[in-house]
Design a binder for this molecule. Structure first.
Ligand code: UDP
Ligand code: MG
Length: 347
C-alpha cells in the first residue's frame, strides 16, 4: 500500500484494538537498537524520557532487542510492560545493527524518527535540538561527533578515511556518517531496502531520493558499560558497501558503460603489452621467454579487475534478490508494551 494509506490503516487498526494500544500515533519515535546493553538500558530510557518530557514533546521509544545474550531482552520486556512510553521489539536472534534499525523504523509510528545508540555514547539531551533543526526544513539531520570519545587509531582514523571516501563518492559531504544520532522524516526511511551495513549510508541513500540533508554537532561520551560490538572488520565491510553505492548511483542504468569500458581498457592494455613483447622479440631479437613477471603482472591485473566486477555483479544480484524476494532481513519474536498491535510496515 501507499505509505500514507498504510499509516492510516495502522491508525484505524489501533483504534479498533483500543484496549491494547491506548496511545495515538506520537509526533516523535525514538528508535534504539540494543545488543547486550543491559547495564545502560535503565539509564538510557530514563534519560530519553526525561529530556522529551521536559521539552513537552509527544514521543514514544521503540527499543529493538537484537538477540541480546546478557539479559537485555528480559529487562527490556519488563520495562516496556511497566512504562507507557516504551515499546520493545524483540528479534528472534542477532541480525546486526542495520536490521535492528530497520525493525525499529517499521514499528515506529511517529512522523519524525530519531535514532541513537543504546550504550549512552550518544546524548539523549541532543534530541530536541535535532528535531528543531529538522523542522527548519530538512528531511534528515545527521549528528556530528565533533569531539568523539573513541580510540584514535582503530576507530577515528578509519572513520575519517571512510567519511572522506563516502563524501567524494556520493556527493553528500558529512563529517560523520557513522554517528547513530540522526533525525529523519519518517517517509525518508520507510521505503528503504536496508541490508548489510547500509544504515550508515542512509544520508547518501536518502540524498539519491532527493532528501534535504544537514549536519549538526552533537555530544559524545565514552562507553561506560560493556564493549563495542565492532572492530576493524566493519571498516572493510563499509568500504565494500561504498563501492556498491557508488556503482548504484552512477552506473545502475547503464552497466555496459562500466563493463564495456573496462573491457576496452583491458583489450587496449593487453594489445600494448603484446606489441611491446613483439617488438622485443622481432625487432630487438630478444627471447621474451625470460619475462615471466610481466606476464604474471598482466594476469594478476586481469584477475583483479574481473574479481572486482564479479563482486559488483554479485552485490547487485544480492540487492535484486533482497528487493524482489521480499525476504525479511529480520524476524520479530515478540512485541511488548503499548501499541503492540501489528506494525505499520512489514520487514
Ligand atoms: N548493535 C545491535 N546489533 C549488533 C551490534 C550492535 O543492535 O549486532 C547496537 C548496539 O547495542 C548499540 C549500537 O548498535 O546500541 C552501536 O553499537 P556499538 O556501540 O557497539 O558501536 P560503536 O559505538 O562502537 O560504533
Ligand atoms: Mg557505541
Amino acid at each position: 500500500t501507499h505509505p500514507v494509506e498504510g499509516r492510516l490503516e495502522g491508525q484505524l487498526r489501533e483504534q479498533l484494538n483500543g484496549a491494547e494500544s491506548h496511545t495515538a500515533a506520537p509526533a516523535l519515535s525514538v528508535v534504539v537498537p540494543i545488543y547486550n546493553e543491559v547495564e545502560s538500558l535503565p539509564r538510557l530510557i530514563e534519560a530519553i524520557a526525561s529530556t522529551l518530557q521536559a521539552s513537552g514533546m509527544d514521543y514514544e521509544i521503540v527499543c529493538v532487542d537484537d538477540g541480546s545474550k546478557d539479559g537485555s531482552t528480559a529487562l527490556l520486556k519488563q520495562l516496556a510492560q511497566q512504562r507507557t512510553d516504551l515499546r520493545a521489539v524483540l528479534l528472534r536472534r542477532n541480525y546486526g545493527q542495520t536490521a535492528a534499525m530497520a525493525a525499529g523504523f517499521n514499528h515506529a509510528r511517529g512522523a519524525v524518527i530519531v535514532t541513537l545508540d543504546g550504550d549512552l555514547q550518544n546524548d539523549p539531551a541532543d534530541i530536541p535540538m535535532l528535531v528543531a533543526k529538522l523542522n527548519e526544513g530538512y528531511d534528515l539531520v545527521s549528528g556530528w561527533r565533533k569531539h568523539r570519545q573513541d580510540a584514535a587509531l582503530t576507530r577515528l582514523l578509519p572513520s575519517k578515511i571512510a567519511n572522506a571516501l563516502i563524501g567524494s563518492v556520493t556527493g553528500v559531504k558529512l563529517h560523520d556518517y557513522g554517528c547513530s544520532l540522526k533525525a529523519y522524516r519518517t517517509e525518508v526511511v520507510e521505503d528503504m531496502n536496508l541490508y548489510g551495513e547500509l544504515h550508515r549510508f542512509l544520508p547518501a541513500l536518502a540524498y539519491i531520493e532527493g532528501a534535504r540533508i544537514t549536519e549538526v554537532p552533537v555530544r559524545h561520551h565514552a562507553r561506560q558499560f560493556g564493549k563495542s560490538k565492532y572492530g576493524l572488520g566493519r571498516t572493510v565491510r563499509v568500504v565494500m558497501d561504498l563501492f556498491t553505492i557508488a556503482f548504484m548511483k552512477k552506473f545502475l542504468t547503464r552497466p555496459m558503460h562500466v563493463f564495456g569500458l573496462w573491457g576496452l581498457v583491458l583489450m587496449g592494455t593487453s594489445t600494448l603489452v603484446g606489441l611491446y613483447l613483439g617488438f622485443l622479440k622481432f625487432v630487438r631479437g630478444q627471447d621474451i621467454g625470460d619475462r615471466p613477471l610481466l606476464i604474471l603482472a598482466v594476469v594478476l591485473f586481469l584477475a583483479g579487475v574481473q574479481l572486482f566486477c564479479f563482486g559488483l555483479l554479485a552485490e547487485l544480484l544480492m540487492r535484486t534478490y533482497h528487493e524482489s524476494q521480499g525476504r525479511p532481513i529480520y524476524r520479530v519474536r515478540e512485541v511488548a508494551g503499548p501499541g503492540s498491535s501489528p506494525p505499520l510496515r512489514q520487514p
